[in-house]
Design a protein around this ligand. Structure first.
Ligand code: HAM
Length: 418
């Protein structure tokens, strides 16, 4: 038997119902904040992803040559496609854009709990404003979603920092540009790799031991007041973070957020605020993450446009919701099961089913010759609310029998009254 590729998933109807439920929550949180949905092809030219700074993501491409010899790749993330779309119509699109999407993304990763080789990633982005209020709005969308699935601020925390923290510290040490980006990518792995490995990698890109110690000290800071003591009250990182935190107080979501300087994110393009949601118990990988990326377009050959956004995978959140017992019990959604007792009444059953469907009911018609007992069990399994029976005696009088499965009440009604 041919198996499915490692790290990919099938969605049998049981799982698909839950996936649709989750996506409905993504749609609802996005729409509640005035965002519009977009999409793009899953296949892109590989060069959209080839960035030079040694990010993990660019080494995990599902890439190949197509029949015309062109180098293409399945998308590992949505942001470059979104950037391509924005760039193509930058002159005409009304700004700011508030767009969202739920693409399937492909990364050749080591599979583990909460990480696969494909995942669906809810992406929410705002383009065309430098205002910190965009970053605040994005965090509000995350919280809106978390509340809508029954999670609270005791379950999770959104950790926030800014790339400007490291930019200022490294700038004072004479490290900027590529050195800065590479440092961010390396220190992002601090909680996954041993300290010596991180130190060696930082040494390899040219940092001396005193610079490494300075970086480690700064990244250990968990309070804005302490950060201010280190960077000074005029530091633009501190000022922006204070502004963001005060806005989030206005949204009344202060208990969901924490400053944590160790959040830097592993993608090269972030330039300002960065944030990630984590379960407070620390058992799972990051639930979602994002930040401000004001200079992505110039790296793709266009004119820069400020942007901020986040990506939110479907895997870790499902793990968390399962652990907390928060997944709903969803049945197939058919309201009526229609059964004819006897083959000869099958056409009548079809006609009754059609009438019910015209009235807007969802109807599951029994296709084979089955016993009533089977129909009851089936109706119970799919969560139907009524069993509609076409029986020889009643049919002669132009009637059908309907059992309300919630109350147990039986009714006989005229077919003509349907
Ligand atoms: P990212 O941190 O690479 O960011 O991924 C965002 C989220 O996607 C992760 O927090 C996780 O929920 C999910 N995710 C990523 N890789 C996997 C995987 N292999 N298996 C399961 N889930 C995964 C980005 O991709 C950015 N483009 C997000 C963004 C949008 N930034 C601005 N706008």
């Amino acid at each position: 038997m041919v198996e499915r590729p490692r790290g990919t998933r099938d969605f049998y109807p049981n799982e698909m119902r839950l996936r649709s439920w989750l996506f409905d929550k993504f749609h609802a949180a996005s729409k509640a904040h005035g965002f519009e949905e977009y999409d793009s092809p899953i296949l892109e030219y590989e060069e959209l992803y080839t960035r030079k700074q040694g990010e993990e993501i660019t080494q995990q491409l599902f890439n190949f040559e197509d029949k015309g010899g062109r180098k293409v790749s399945l998308r590992p993330e949505m942001t470059p496609s979104l950037a391509r779309m924005v760039m193509a119509q930058a002159k005409t699109l009304p700004l700011p854009l508030k767009w969202y999407s739920i693409p399937q993304c492909w990364r050749y990763e080591r599979t583990q709990r909460g990480r696969g080789r494909e995942h669906y990633q809810w992406n929410v982005d705002i383009w065309g404003t430098e205002s910190i209020s965009a970053d605040a709005e994005l965090i509000s969308i995350m919280v809106h979603f978390f509340k809508s699935v029954g999670l609270n601020s005791e379950d999770l925390v959104i950790k926030i920092s800014s790339r400007k923290v490291l930019e200022e510290v490294l700038g004072a040490l004479g490290i900027d540009g590529n050195g800065f980006t590479q440092t961010c990518i390396i220190v992002d792995k601090m909680d996954k790799l041993p300290a010596e490995v991180i130190e060696n990698q930082l040494t390899e890109i040219g940092l001396d031991s005193s610079s490494i110690t300075t970086i480690q000290t700064i990244l250990g800071i968990k309070e804005l007041d302490k950060l201010e003591e280190s960077l000074g009250e005029q530091s633009s990182a501190v000022l922006e973070l204070r502004e963001l935190f005060s806005m989030l107080e206005s949204y009344n979501i202060r208990e969901w957020i924490e400053f944590d300087a160790s959040i830097v994110r592993g993608l090269a393009y972030y330039t300002g605020s960065v944030f990630e949601a984590h379960d407070r118990k620390g058992e799972l990988r990051a639930i979602c993450g994002g930040g401000r990326y004001d200079r992505l377009l110039s790296s793709l050959g266009g004119n820069d446009l400020p942007a901020s956004g986040f990506g939110f995978g479907d895997m870790v959140i499902m793990e968390l919701l399962t652990d907390r017992g928060l997944l709903p019990d969803i049945t197939s959604g058919s309201q009526d099961v229609v059964i004819s007792l006897g083959e000869e009444l099958r056409p009548e059953a079809m006609s009754v089913a059609s009438k019910l469907r015209e009235k807007g009911r969802s109807v599951d018609v029994v296709l084979d010759d089955k016993k009533l007992k089977w129909a009851f069990r089936h109706a119970d399994r799919i969560g139907a609310s009524r069993l509609v029976m076409i029986m020889p005696e009643e049919w002669k009088d132009g009637k059908i029998k309907i059992k309300d499965l919630e109350t147990g009440q039986d009714d006989e009604i005229l077919v003509s009254s349907l």
